[in-house]
Design a binder for this molecule. Sequence first.
Ligand code: AKB
Length: 315
Amino acid sequence: MRKILVLGAGGQIGTDLVATLREQHGAENVIASDLKTPESVSGQGPYEKLDATDAGALREVTQRYEIGTIYHLVAMLSATAEKMPEKGWQLNMDTLFHVLNLAREGLIQKVFWPSSIAAFGPTTPKQNTPQFTVMDPGTVYGISKLSGELWCQYYHQQYGVDVRSIRYPGLISYAGAPGGGTTDYAIDIFHQALAGEAFESFLGENRALPMMYMPDAIRATIALMEAPAEKVKIRTSYNVTALSFTPPELGAAIQKEIPGFTYSCKPDERDSIAAGWPQAIDDSRAREDWGWQPEYDLPAMVKDMLAKLRQKKSR
Ligand code: AKB
């Protein structure tokens, strides 16, 4: 089998995705790569320290391992990219082009690239956000995601590149740490609750956002990548979702499991980023085209997240 390369393997999605792909395909067939050398993925199978902005180095690794599929997970997320707009744009776009060009040349056969709810904007309908609708992102990250989606579609239409994508909602996970996202409060809150500390959300009390537990996100990603090509009818990016909640709704769900837990909201600049995003999205096209179905609702996600974090802390 031609091998799989995961770029950004040490990040929030990469940590879980590499583990699942290695279980499915054998550790030796999944090459993890990142700028740093994360323990979570480096000790368990082949690992390459790789700067994905370096097109030559990426090509060399792709050829040396006879890679067939690249999961491109390198990105500067919303809150960080607002602090360094040009750097965020360059990182997010240059790395995408490097990967798409390898596919265009026929060096690799399949690409996964993540988009985000950040590709929507302030005038997008906020409830049940349709697959096809107004998209006017107001952040550098969102602009890079919308542009990237259109480039993916262009490479598919013009050059036949088999590139597939999901618009991830906020992702909640216990294995890999997030970095620089607007939705990260929904992970920090669990750590504070387990530490017995009060939690202050940097998003406001009415700020509902679409969210998903990482096991669902990994299943969605792999289901899309394994779907027959003719079922993947959207080559920009698919809406997928599972949950939608405000910080107090998440706080109350945690309180049911940890009765003494307290929370409050003190919105900062990240709340303005989230204000431009949908609150709940319609993912019926993903359900119809390739059978997407989430498994975790809010209480199930909270229970599992607390149990997994407790296990992790006790090791
Ligand atoms: C972020 O908050 O920037 C990300 C995202 C929604 O894409 N989690």
